[in-house]
Ligand binder design. Structure first.
Ligand SMILES: [Zn+2]
Length: 455
């Protein structure tokens, strides 16, 4: 019988069993950071917390949160890794950076053991997504500094798949290389962001390459939540003739989840490696793990040596599913609704870029559904936010005005807010980099200059 799980024993535990498994690991990790990090020690001492009493999920919930900004701030003041560094430089063998969506990249250190933990969690997620040792994967994630490149590369290798580190850029050369790959019964797989798959399809079109000739059977997608928007996945699967599977991770902790063949949310793959909590994003109160509960994920590393993270706020808003999945995994599943720091409020209505993307997809093929939002003035947002959308080549310029108006109507109807829609040239927004959807110009992060065709 073909092997169904990467780690059957762990992936079929109940939530209760996971909590039992993790209780001693929580105790060990808290003792470790208390001994090795003045940052955690001072915080717990000041709050009158006895670290030896933190030996369960319930006790963990009494500790203060860690914010990414605490660590970023310490680095701005001169620390290489920040106050949560617990291992010596003798033991740290890798450095990565986390994305700069909130400004400067933040640095992280890894010991060999930290990398092994990252790879184990990543291999569970990739196996869940259908990746197998016979896979040959072309990785088009950024290998410069960020985790998606080199770190996830290690997870594919740990699983036993073959992986080509292509990285980003040189899109034409990539397509030409894929076109020259020999026929292979199992085909080839891609690892990239969803928006890059869309962009590559455009480039292939211009080069006269038929993607269906390329023998790409599967895509593993990361870095953006776009694949969870149903129409977007269809668009990629049809353009490439591949099956597109989604994973979800954080640069600080790794690929923590992947969807199985039933595509009913992402299975959390971190049991025994990363403890997950669900909290109310406003009050910070812990929420029970109940089917369809919606809240923010908070993570605690359980075996981390170099830069442990205790109760790290992800600012990812998710809905969780605790009912059994037909694949046999009993881990909870999650749907990402958006990032709380990506959310903006227009006249009292919460808007997530994912919701905008879903609305825009109804206007295909006139537009590519690549877009960005730019907020020019500080909240409260009582103006119409600027939304720039890529228009397709075949649309006559005489139709631009009515198309922009129609999109505004759709956004009003589906997302419940009034936008100022502009149209830009095809290919001007999507890129091989993680495509950013929200720019807060009032915080000094203006949108990039693009070729505007209509405004
Ligand atoms: Zn499943």
């Amino acid at each position: 019988m073909p092997r169904k799980f990467w780690n059957r024993e762990i992936e079929t535990l109940s939530r209760e069993q996971v909590c039992q498994l993790e209780a001693p690991l929580i105790a060990d990790q808290i003792q470790y950071v208390y001994q090795h990090s003045a940052y955690y020690r001072d915080r717990y001492d000041r709050a009158g917390i006895d670290p030896s009493a933190i030996d369960s999920h319930a006790a963990l919930a009494t500790l203060p949160f860690t914010e990414k900004s605490d660590i970023a701030q310490a680095q701005m003041q001169g620390a290489l890794f920040g106050p949560n560094q617990c291992a010596s430089f003798e033991d740290i063998i890798r450095l990565t950076c986390t994305g700069g969506s909130t400004g400067e990249p933040t640095r992280l250190g890894w010991t060999q053991n930290d990398i092994d933990v990252y790879n184990e969690m990543g291999a569970r997620a990739l196996w869940t997504m259908g990746c197998r040792p016979h896979d040959l994967v072309i990785s088009c994630l950024n290998y410069s500094m960020y985790a998606g490149g080199i770190m996830d590369h290690g997870a594919f290798e740990t699983l036993g798949a073959g992986i080509l580190p292509y990285s980003i850029g040189n899109s034409e050369r990539l397509l030409e290389m894929l076109a020259r790959f020999p026929e292979r019964e199992q085909g080839y797989s891609l690892f990239m962001t969803p928006s890059y798959a869309v962009r590559l399809a455009d480039i292939a079109d211009q080069l006269g390459i038929d993607l269906h000739d390329l023998n790409i059977r599967r895509g593993y997608f990361s870095g953006e939540a776009g694949l969870q928007v149903p129409g977007y996945r269809d668009k990629i699967e049809q353009a490439w003739g591949m099956r597109a599977m989604d994973m979800y991770g954080t640069a600080e902790l790794g690929v923590q989840s992947g969807e199985c063949e039933h595509r009913n949310g992402h299975h959390f793959c971190g049991a025994g490696l990363v403890a997950a909590e669900l909290v109310d994003p406003d009050s910070g109160e812990v929420m029970p793990f109940e089917n369809e509960a919606t809240g923010e994920l908070v993570y605690t590393s359980l075996r981390r040596e170099a830069c442990p993270l205790i109760r790290l706020r992800s600012h990812d808003i998710v809905r969780i599913y605790t009912e059994a999945c037909a694949c046999g995994r009993s881990s909870f599943r999650l749907h990402t609704l958006g990032r709380s720091d990506d959310m903006f409020i227009v006249k009292g209505v919460n808007i997530f870029p994912l919701g905008i993307q879903e609305a825009l997809l109804t206007h295909r093929p006139d537009i590519s559904a690549e877009f960005f939002v730019e907020l020019t003035q500080e909240p409260p947002i009582d103006y119409r936010p600027r939304i720039c959308v890529e228009v397709s080549d075949g649309v006559e310029p005489t139709r631009y005005a009515s198309l922009a108006r129609d999109i505004e109507t759709t956004l009003q109807r589906r997302c419940n807010f009034s936008a100022a829609v502009e149209l830009s040239a095809r290919g001007s927004i999507a890129s091989e980099h993680k495509t950013r959807r929200l720019y807060r110009a009032y915080l000094g992060n203006p949108a990039p200059a693009v070729d505007i065709l209509y405004k």
